[in-house]
Design a protein. Structure first.
Lengths: 379, 96
């Protein structure tokens, strides 16, 4: 079989293709914003101006004030700064971190590393038990609550507003991880700390975002921060500018893209559901527009990803063998759904409906071939 | 025994499946193959080491309408990985 020359990238839930507007901004800023933005000479001031402009634009899109926005090197660094800095500032209160069981692994690991993580369970759709989370937030010794705006693996939207109200009522700061939703849905309605993943909206790598609401107690847990930010180092000015420009572009197109993407993900959900012994997971309605996840019984995650890749389709997977850790997705396990044979689709902003049709047509045969390979096609 | 058993049945059939060292989905496939030919009410003990087997055997039981009686992690002794003992009773539609 000759490899297809047409590639369809369907793994945009975490890393989307570089947005054309962001790419253009990146290239321009490589020429104009390479200098150290802390310097007082013209070159430094020019880099500083671009950085400040990026901060202002991003703040507007995130629903934050300009001075609340902190550039980090990655989403991971933003999460660690948010969690560790809050634990440091609130050590007298306690070290418990109340979080949903389906938070990004960066949030789980940061909470477990420096505090006492209290995981709150989710239902079969992946939605946190808001009543239980509210109750846990009110118990003594809680330094921080963490709830994602929506789950990046299955797309289910979380009850942020209700949990934020409860957290505010008991005086516990809430970290909202908006990595999956920014650019695809309105910014979260309430938060004390917010983190975002610019690569998920088509920004280049090398930049992450943290916003700390004015008045929130937070002390950097790093040795020093002598750059332009509250975290160590000085960010990549070109990457920051590209993140801002691409988010503006993606948000401007979002309303008209939403219905289009929902129709395409509904199409994939329907096609997957027709494959025998396949469970489409996540909320069918109250979800992000661009994410679809399903698990096929008796299918090896790594093999199905390879099989689809050979057919020209790049997809993600939460199955153990596709992860560097060999651990299955904690999200799928917490939901009580199959972790093997998992396929995760994240539509990029620009997607040809014909490519989605081709994917839907390829899927049943690919699943059947992998099952036959494992001698499981008649089970 | 469970209340699904009729009084004149003495003990259900029992079966032991060793899937230690196998990665998912192989333990579930081995379980499904055994369950397909086992009489209804058979109690299957499945041994696994892959961490994915815990959620996946539970999900398989739900999807296939079998009864998951217990899942218990047991120490297999020094130098051996922990083993998960699953106890499943076949109750579902065997025509599937």
């Amino acid at each position: 079989v000759t490899p297809p020359d047409v590639r369809t990238y369907l793994d945009s839930a975490t890393v989307a293709p570089l947005h054309p507007a962001g790419r253009e901004a990146l290239l321009a800023a490589l020429d104009e914003g390479w200098a150290d933005p802390r310097r007082l000479h013209r070159e430094g001031r020019q880099a500083r101006m671009l950085l400040d402009g990026a901060r202002e634009a991003l703040a507007a899109e995130l629903g934050a004030r300009t001075e609340e926005v902190v550039f980090t090197g990655s989403h991971l660094e933003a999460v660690q700064a948010a969690v560790l800095g809050t634990l440091k500032a609130r050590y007298r209160v306690g070290n418990a971190v109340v979080l949903s069981a389906v938070e990004h692994s960066a949030v789980l690991h940061a909470a477990e590393h420096s505090g006492a993580a209290v995981r709150v369970g989710v239902d079969r759709l992946g939605r946190v038990d808001a009543g239980a989370m509210v109750e846990r937030l009110g118990s003594p010794g809680v330094a921080l609550g963490c709830l994602q705006s929506a789950n990046g693996e299955v797309g289910t939207v979380q009850p942020v507003e209700r949990v934020a109200d409860a957290a505010r009522a008991v005086g516990v700061p809430l970290l909202v991880d908006a990595a999956a939703s920014i650019g695809h849905a309105a910014p979260p309605p309430a938060w004390d700390l917010l983190v975002a993943e610019p690569r998920a909206w088509g920004a280049p790598p090398g930049i992450g975002l943290l916003a700390i609401r004015a008045g929130t107690r937070w002390i950097s847990a790093a040795p020093n921060a002598d750059g332009t930010e509250k975290v160590p180092g000085t960010p990549s000015v070109p990457a920051a500018l590209a993140a801002a420009v691409s988010l503006q572009a993606v948000v401007a197109e979002q309303k008209q893209r939403d219905a289009h993407q929902r129709a395409l993900t509904a199409r994939i959900r329907a096609a997957a559901a027709l494959i025998p012994d396949t469970e489409v997971v996540g909320d069918p309605d109250d979800r992000l527009p661009h994410i679809v996840t399903f698990s096929c019984l008796y299918v090896d995650g790594e093999t199905i990803v390879d099989e689809l890749d050979r057919a020209g389709f790049a997809v993600g997977s939460g199955s153990a063998c596709t992860a560097s850790t060999l651990e299955p997705s904690h999200v799928l396990a917490a939901m009580g759904v199959l972790t093997h044979g998992n396929i995760r689709v994240g539509l990029p902003a620009a997607i040809d409906p014909a490519a989605v049709e081709a994917f839907c047509a390829e899927l049943p045969g690919a699943v059947h071939r992998v099952r036959a390979l494992l001698g499981a096609d008649d089970l | 025994m469970t209340d699904e058993m009729s009084p004149n049945e003495i003990t259900p059939n029992e079966m032991l499946l060793d899937a230690v060292g196998l990665r998912c989905p192989l333990p579930v496939i081995r379980l499904a193959k055994a369950a397909r030919t086992a009489p209804p009410g058979t109690v299957i003990t499945l041994l696994t080491t892959d961490p994915a087997a815990e959620p996946d055997v539970a999900a398989w039981c739900r999807m296939r309408n079998h009864h998951l009686l217990a899942q218990t992690w047991l120490d297999a002794g020094e130098g051996h990985p922990q083993t998960l003992h699953h106890t499943i009773q076949t109750l579902g539609d065997r025509s599937k």
